[in-house]
Design a protein around this ligand. Structure first.
Ligand SMILES: Cc1cc2nc3c(=O)[nH]c(=O)nc-3n(C[C@H](O)[C@H](O)[C@H](O)COP(=O)(O)O)c2cc1C
Length: 171
């Protein structure tokens, strides 16, 4: 039986909305799925789940959130070898560097990175620059998250975890 955990950190709800839609996609795709905030779990999750979708927005200066998510991920990344892993998260004004760095860590861990991380920019950079007060944040695209979850489910069920294609795209 394939069991997947969607483990995420979110402050203002964007990454949480992504996590919920991805979890729904996984379930609809036929995979038993637990949806967990990072503070509700710990590194022992590697013993209970066969695959993982991790979600965290860009925080600090293009890094993972540093008080809860980064310490958790720094521990679990050493135990992800050969496990299917998907990454997702929302970001504001950057260019997605935090996700590129995160993907490299997952590849280095020996995990089977399923695809490029799913990212959503919630701010319009131009408007942000002009005047933050007129900023109108965008919401993550629920349908795209749902589809990402379904594709990850199909990938898990297929058992074909050839990461060379993803590596080629990223490296
Ligand atoms: C303290 C802080 C630091 C942030 N750092 C970055 C950053 O380095 N790059 C970026 O693109 N967005 C940054 N953001 C914007 C968030 O990534 C963005 O608002 C995201 O949607 C928040 O996700 P959440 O709603 O799941 O908490 C930062 C936001 C905060 C509050």
């Amino acid at each position: 039986m394939n069991k997947t955990a969607v483990i995420y950190w979110s402050r203002t709800g964007n990454t949480e909305a992504m996590a919920k839609a991805i979890a729904r996609g996984l379930k609809e795709g036929g995979v038993e799925t637990a949806l967990l905030r990072v503070r509700e779990t710990d590194v022992s999750a590697v013993e209970r789940y066969d695959s993982f979708a991790f979600g965290c927005p860009a925080m600090g200066k293009e890094v993972l959130e540093e008080t809860e998510f980064e310490p958790f991920f720094a521990e679990i990344e050493r135990r992800l070898k050969d496990k299917p892993v998907a990454l997702f998260g929302s970001y504001g004004w950057g260019d997605g560097r935090w996700m590129r760095d995160w993907q490299m860590r997952v590849i280095a861990s020996g995990a089977s990175l399923f695809a490029q991380g799913l990212i959503f920019q919630t701010e319009n950079p131009l408007v942000t620059k002009l005047k933050r007060v007129f900023r109108k944040d965008k919401k993550p695209d629920e349908a795209a998250c749902l589809a990402f979850g379904k594709r990850f489910a199909a990938h898990i069920i297929s058992g074909r975890h050839n990461i060379n294609k993803v590596k080629e795209e990223i490296l």
